[in-house]
Design a binder for this molecule. Structure first.
Ligand SMILES: N[C@@H](CCC(=O)N[C@@H](CS(=O)(=O)O)C(=O)NCC(=O)O)C(=O)O
Length: 211
């Protein structure tokens, strides 16, 4: 049954879900939500997502929000098709969960603050918080130093297989490298760069960028 994805196809968290769906061959339909008009704060939308952010998914009468919960649920539901994104053994699954949490708890906030300040605020005429940009850049650099060490021993974050943990980084890595002039954070780290070059060249991710 087709899964509805509420959210703009350019936004990072909807893209996290779309990348998963394309890797898994899950049929979806995008329901646009105009963030610049603040549609995500409409009463209708808040009924779906009380925090007023995108994405939300609906399949039949099953509604889910929080992009990382969505990709975990659908990767499990459709584990027998498309790319295996969860790992095979319990130990592999544990490492996928660990690096998904590292992304959500350590990588996301500094990456999000950089993208918000350097990409979206200028478009919305909101002043850039230069101190926060500097702090976020330093914080993200330290996080990526940990990734560099891990990726010097392992092709992907959870092991020798591409997983949700790697996929979860695609949207913000893409903006760092291609939209806000912070490519050096990725490209000056040999193994992080190799990881980015490999994961961003996946056909599924290229399809997301065409949506
Ligand atoms: N934790 C949420 C975050 C979702 C989120 O912040 N979405 C942003 C867009 S983006 O970060 O994915 O680009 C949004 O809808 N922002 C609208 C708003 O903040 O009003 C998730 O992972 O789904």
């Amino acid at each position: 049954e087709v899964v509805k994805v509420y959210g703009p196809a350019f936004a990072s968290c909807p893209r996290r879900v779309l990348a998963c769906f394309i890797e898994k061959g899950i049929e979806f339909e995008i329901v646009p939500v105009d963030l610049l008009k603040g549609e995500q704060k409409n009463p209708e939308f808040l009924k779906l997502q009380p925090f007023g952010v995108t994405p939300v998914t609906q399949q039949g009468d099953y509604t889910l929000y929080e992009s990382r919960a969505i990709i975990r649920y659908y990767s499990e539901k459709y584990k027998s098709q498309g790319t295996d994104l969860l790992g095979k053994t319990l130990e592999e699954k544990g490492l996928v969960e660990q690096w998904l949490e590292v992304e959500a708890q350590n990588y996301n906030a500094p990456a999000y603050d950089l993208v918000l300040n350097l990409l979206f605020y200028p478009k919305l005429g909101i002043p850039v918080n230069a101190d926060l940009v500097k702090e976020s850049e330093e914080k993200l650099g330290k996080v990526l130093d940990v990734y560099e060490e891990r990726l010097s021993k392992s092709k992907y974050l959870a092991g020798d297989f591409f997983s949700l943990a790697d996929l979860s980084h695609l949207p913000f890595n893409h903006y760092l490298v291609n939209a806000i002039g912070k490519a050096y954070l990725i490209e000056d780290r040999k193994h992080v760069k190799a990881w980015w070059d490999d994961t961003s060249s996946r056909p599924a991710w290229k399809k997301v960028l065409e949506l």
